[in-house]
Design a protein. Sequence first.
Length: 401
Amino acid sequence: MPEIKDVPLPRAAAPRSDSVSGPSAVSLRPAAPALLGYVAVRFVGVAILLIGGAATGKDGMHRLTGRWDSVWYQRIAEHGYGYEIRLPDGALHSDLAFFPLLPALERGLAALVPPLGVAGAGLVVSWLASLAAAWGIFAVGTRLHGRRAGTLLAVLWGVYPTAFVQSMAYTETLFTALAAWALYAVLTDRWITAGVLCVGAGLTRPVAVALIAAIGVTALWRLITARREGVPLRAHRRMVAGACLAPLGWLAYTVFVAVREGHPFAYFDVQAGWNNRIDGGAALAAFVGEQFGRNVFAGLGLCAAFALLFWVVWLCVRQRPRQPLPVIAYCLLVVVISLIGSGYFGSRPRLMMPAFPLLLPAAVALAGARWRTVPVVAVVGAAALASGAYGAFTLLGSGPP
C-alpha cells in the first residue's frame, strides 16, 4: 500500500492518545501484533477445514480454490470474458457478472510464477490481500480508537462468521483492502490516494458503490461546510479531484459490458440473469416468511439474527466518539445493499463482510481498560474456533457461501 502522510484532524475527530498517527500508522512495526493475530485466527480456520476434510475424505485445500465463484474467476483469467451457461430454469449465467481486477491479477501472477497456475495465483492474491486488508482495518481502528482497538478490530474481522471466504480465491479480501485504505486516506485528507484506491475497488466488486457514495457524501459535506465558513473552493481542489476519480473504476466496467453487449443497461441485465436485482428487500422478506411457514423456530432464529444485526448497526451509529462520516456511511451502505438485493439468502452474511466498521463497538469494548489479556484471548479464541467450524461445515458441504 502507498505511504499515506497525515494531516491533523479536527478536534472532534482526533485520535486517542494511544493511537498511532501519520506515516508510522501504516508502518509494519505498530501493525505487527494485528497482522500476527489475524494470521493466527485464520490459521485456526484453515486448520479446522483441513482436519475436517481429512476426516470426511475431502480435499480441504481444493475447496479454497475450486468451488463456486473461484472457478468463474479462474476461467476469466485463463480465457477472458465470453463464457455463459443457461440453467434448466432458463436463467442465463454470464461471466460478465464478475469484475475484472482479481482475474487480471491471477493471470499476471500465474504468468510470472508458472508453477502456481491460475488457481494457486488466486489463492496467493487473496491471502496477500487479506493481510493488506487487516493492515488497513488496523490503521482505521487505530486512527479512531487507539492501537489496542485497531489490533482487535483486525483480529475480529478474521473471526467473522463467514471469514473462511477470506482464505478462498474470492474478491472479498482484495475489495476490503482497497476500501479500508481508501477510508484511511479520507480520514487523513489524502483524497487523490482515496480516489485511486476506490478506482481499484470499483474494478473488484459491485458493492464499491457504497465506498464511492461514502467518499462523495463526505466531500459534499466538506464543501457545504467550507462554503458556510467562507473557504474558497480552490482550497479543496484535491478533494474534488479524488471524489471525481472514485467512481471511474466501477463506471469503466459497466461501460465495458454495455459496449460489449450493445445495450446501455447490459450490466444490470447480466446481474438479473444471476437473480441479483435491487428489490427493496422483498425477496428477503419472502424468504423469512417461507422459513416461518416451514419451521417457526427457523423463522424466529432469522428474526433474532436480524435483530442482532440492527442492534450492532445502532451501536455503530450511537458509538462515542462517533464514527466519522465516511466510515459510518460506507458501513451502513454495505449493509443496506446486502439486504435489498434479490440474490441468494445464504450469501448475505458474506456480502456484509467488507463492512468491518460493524465490529468497531466490539473491538472498543474488548480494548477497554477493565479487560485483561487472558479474557480477551479466550473470547477471540472461542470466536476463531466457532468461525472455523462453521467455515469447515460450509466448505465441505454443498451450499454456496
